[in-house]
Design a binder for this molecule. Structure first.
Ligand code: ANZ
Ligand code: ZN
Length: 829
């Protein structure tokens, strides 16, 4: 066929790959493994370009390593529970299960149309009882180990979604999903004790050498380890003690007031009668604002005086006790010793309320600080202590150690390590999620701590529901309205009991799905531990950087738990993480409905074919980088593939040509170009530099066009080889046209089942040659220059060499000798 018509070839190859099961994993038992994974999608119905790109990055890698002889696991599945399907059901009454299945069907059809190399026999759907049963199983194992517990706590209540949402989903006081205000609410909830692993998760980051630094540092900050001290300030005229947490105990002689969180339990106790009205008003005002708003970076600091005083444990001096918006009740001890001279927030606050400022740390070098009242900003660096009693003259480091040791010895404080990370509250007042396998029995469990459902009774299935009656989006959790389901019998006494009506956060689902792919229908455990030995950790994981501190931290936590449960041998789930950049519209803004600048993948596939869509997206830039959509470049990718097609069609006469003699001239030129490109493409793919790999193939095509007609047997054989190699090199990017060309050029075997050929080292030898550089006939250096470099270029390269420069320093050049392809000599005197 003369014309490139992708629509007539792509479907055919997709069906053949499928029929021959070529992407199945576990078919090469002796071979080394590669587990290549992309973050599983929430099936939203239509794919967007971000998905296309995400999956392509993994796909190129998977196809390449399969040809390199690896046993490759490249699976796909569905993060099928979640809010959007439930919210949509509230609007139109379509059951979330029905909608989700429809979405999966259409999403999957689109994925197939792009020719991804997935092993569909391992497909996972997290909303199936077969899957979520194991969420429940994990829950019960973790409950037994104290890693799950029930707590009363302030939760982020979204006034739009009418559900609890994670801290990470609150953006500037509003819900990330629906933009409605988020309030604090006291509710019982289930939580994972992820903070038990804070230190382990932090230490583990040091081993994640192939994760983007940006992600590991975000996790580090999120976990937020602080080394410091706790110290007791006694409330003047009372027995009460205020325990503060500080990272700078060395500054305690400069503490001029103490601040409690508005909801600290001592506020009511210490407030004096004269100050009560004002304090109560402030506390009430703070209670109405969400914590995130109250403590936002830019928020102005405000507070009120309680009327009480506290005694500094080192000086015995009284300082006023305030309450203020910027102190959090759930960080450290919920109380702060304020040192305005050395802390920026305290400085701002002290200025605002005319509180004293006292310098106690002088910089070790440079200018001395003025008196506190002349200070222009807080000086937060370590230095040397002044006006600090017996500690005066010590460095901050020494003082921190000595002061904390003294507090500890006297039982008035201690060294501490504090983490900013919180436990993970995961109860949701939603229907479309995993039921929490707990029942409440008034007789056996009057405190309502919850009785776990026996493991052999799992799964606790979601009940069938009358969608419109149950999913109203209002009031109690939907499952509480399903009487036939919520009323059950107690597993202990057999009496009447009620089920927990809350469901799990869907981040639970994505904590371990990567392990479910290993044995997707295994029913003795979440997955087969023998398979975990074979496949874990995931070698390459591709996904969006927006998951830096939720999913990517949660699944690291879960992986440690899986190891403790004896299921898997690894501490970390993923060796190499690739976070892909954003696909923007031609206007440079992220493609979205909001801007109306999206390009539907299906429209590109329809118009140009999957190979063009793939080639364009991969060529548009390195995986980690954002790029702006360009219709012109899509056209360009299509033209490139057309050139490939035409080239192969033009030379069809060479198919079957062989040659056993030597290759020279044009024939050699063809072979050199082929093998050099083969080397370049392979290396670029391994570096995930797909755009340069494609650029290499483009240059290669130009060379092949440049050689014109081929006539001698050597030339014909070289061209036949060149086009077969072209097909190989195109496979990861444009797999359909690649198989079509390979077949036309005599291949009986699908490319994925072929080996990625080794390049011939003799054909890729450097285009550079060595020159000896002499000064007055004495060898001073050896340099490498391009084969075709002329005298001036060689001389410039020789003169730039440090050793040559040194040998000629201060001397005058008398003569320059140039022996082509061998040496140069500088005669100096
Ligand atoms: C006195 C002091 C002096 C402080 C100084 C800093 C500098 P990181 O590093 O983030 O852990 N702090 C303690 N608990 C707080 C709370 N519940 N809400 C708001 N702020 C709190 O920060 C620890 C520092 O943050 C602590 O050290 C305390 O201020 C403040 F020159 O104590 B510092
Ligand atoms: Zn009971």
């Amino acid at each position: 066929n003369e014309r490139y018509e992708p629509q007539t070839i792509e479907g055919k190859w997709q069906i053949r790959w499928e029929q021959e099961g070529v992407f199945r994993a576990g078919t090469r038992p002796g071979a080394p493994k590669k587990y290549i994974l992309e973050m599983l999608p929430y099936p939203s119905g239509k794919m967007h370009m971000g998905h296309v790109r995400n999956y392509l990055i993994g796909d190129v890698y998977a196809r390449y390593f399969r040809m390199k002889g690896y046993d490759v696991l490249h699976p796909m599945g569905w993060d099928a529970f979640g809010l959007p399907a439930e919210n949509a059901a509230i609007k139109d009454g379509v059951h979330p299960a029905v909608r989700t299945q429809e979405n999966i069907d259409s999403f999957k059809a689109e994925i197939r149309s792009l020719g991804y190399s997935y092993d569909w026999t391992r497909e996972v759907n997290t909303s199936q009882p077969e899957y979520y049963r194991w969420n429940q199983w994990f829950f019960i194992q973790m409950l037994g180990r104290g890693l799950v517990y029930r707590r009363f706590s302030k939760v982020n209540w979204c006034t739009g979604c009418l559900t609890v949402i994670a801290n990470e989903q609150v953006k500037e006081g509003v819900c990330e999903r629906c933009d409605s205000p988020v309030l604090d609410k006291e509710m019982p909830e289930w939580a994972f004790r992820i903070t038990k692993y804070s230190q382990a998760l932090l230490d583990g980051l040091d081993e994640l050498k192939e994760w983007p630094e940006r992600i590991t540092s975000m996790q580090r900050n999120w976990i937020g380890r602080s080394e410091g001290a706790e110290a007791d300030f006694t409330v003047k005229g009372s027995e009460e003690k205020i325990r503060v947490f500080t990272t700078r105990i060395d500054t305690i002689y400069g503490c001029t007031y103490v601040v409690l969180a508005p909801d600290h339990k001592l506020v009511a106790k210490v407030t004096t009668p004269e100050r009560r009205a004002e304090v109560d008003a402030f506390v009430a005002k703070m209670a109405a604002i969400s914590k995130t708003d109250r403590t936002a970076e830019g928020a102005t600091k405000e507070g009120v005086f309680t009327g009480a005083y506290a005694l500094n444990p080192f000086t015995g001096q009284p300082v006023p006790i305030w309450i203020a918006n910027f102190v959090l009740s759930d960080y450290g001890t919920g109380a702060v010793m304020s040192v305005p001279a050395h802390d920026a927030r305290d400085f701002e606050f002290a200025r605002k309320y005319s509180l004293p400022i006292q310098v106690v740390i002088q910089p070790a070098k440079g200018d001395k600080l003025p008196e506190g009242d002349k200070l222009e900003a807080a000086s937060t660096e370590y230095g040397v202590l002044v006006d600090s009693g017996e500690y005066t003259g010590l460095t901050s480091e020494e003082a921190r150690r000595k002061m904390a040791a003294k507090l500890e010895a006297e039982g008035r404080g201690k060294f501490t390590i504090t983490y900013r990370q919180k436990d993970w509250g995961f109860s949701r007042q939603r229907y479309w999620g995993t039921p929490i396998p707990i029942v409440y029995c008034e007789k056996c469990d009057p405190e309502r701590r919850g009785i776990p459902v026996p493991v052999d009774q799992l799964p606790v299935r979601l009940p069938e529901i009358d969608t419109q009656a149950v999913l109203t989006g209002k009031g109690e959790p939907p499952l509480a309205k399903v009487a036939s389901w919520v009323n059950t019998t107690c597993p202990k006494c057999g009496g009447p009991a009620r089920r927990e009506a809350e469901t799990m956060d869907t981040f639970v689902d994505s904590c371990w799905y990567f392990a479910r792919y290993l044995s997707p229908h295994y029913d003795a455990a979440p997955f087969d531990p023998a398979e975990a030995k074979r496949w874990l950790p995931v070698d390459v994981y591709v996904g969006g950087p927006e998951h830096a501190v939720m999913h990517l931290l949660y699944f690291r936590f879960w992986t440690r738990v899986m190891k403790e449960l004896g299921l898997s041998p690894v501490d970390e789930p993923v060796t190499r993480l690739v976070t892909q950049g954003i696909v923007n519209g031609p206007d440079g803004r992220k493609m979205s409905k909001r801007w109306g600048n999206s390009v539907a993948p299906a429209s590109i596939v329809r118009k140009y074919g999957a190979d063009t869509a793939r080639t364009y997206v991969l060529f548009a830039g390195p995986p980690e980088r954002d790029f702006d959509w360009s219709d012109a470049q899509v056209e360009g990718a299509f033209r490139f593939l057309k050139r490939v097609w035409t080239l192969a069609a033009t030379h069809e006469g060479v198919v079957g040509s062989t040659h056993s003699g030597t290759y020279e001239g044009k024939a050699l030129e063809i072979r050199r170009a082929a093998h050099k490109t083969l080397k370049r493409v392979g290396e670029a793919i391994e570096r995930l530099s797909f755009n340069t790999a494609i650029a290499g193939v483009m240059e290669y095509i130009n060379v092949l066009y440049g050689v014109g007609t081929v006539e001698t047997p050597a030339e014909k054989a070289a061209m036949a080889e060149a086009i077969r190699l072209l097909a190989v090199m195109l496979t990861p990017f444009a797999p359909h046209i690649a198989d079509e060309l390979a077949e036309a050029y005599g291949s009986k075997v699908l490319l994925v089942n072929q080996e990625w050929p080794a390049f011939d080292p003799a054909l890729v030898v450097d285009d550079e040659i060595p020159y000896a550089v002499q000064v007055n006939g004495k060898l001073r250096a050896e340099i490498k220059v391009p084969v075709d470099a002329d005298e001036a270029a060689v001389r410039a390269a020789a003169e730039a060499d440090e050793r040559v420069k040194a040998a000629m320093a201060g001397k005058t050049l008398r003569k320059f000798v140039f022996v082509p392809k061998r040496l140069v000599n500088f005669v100096v005197g």
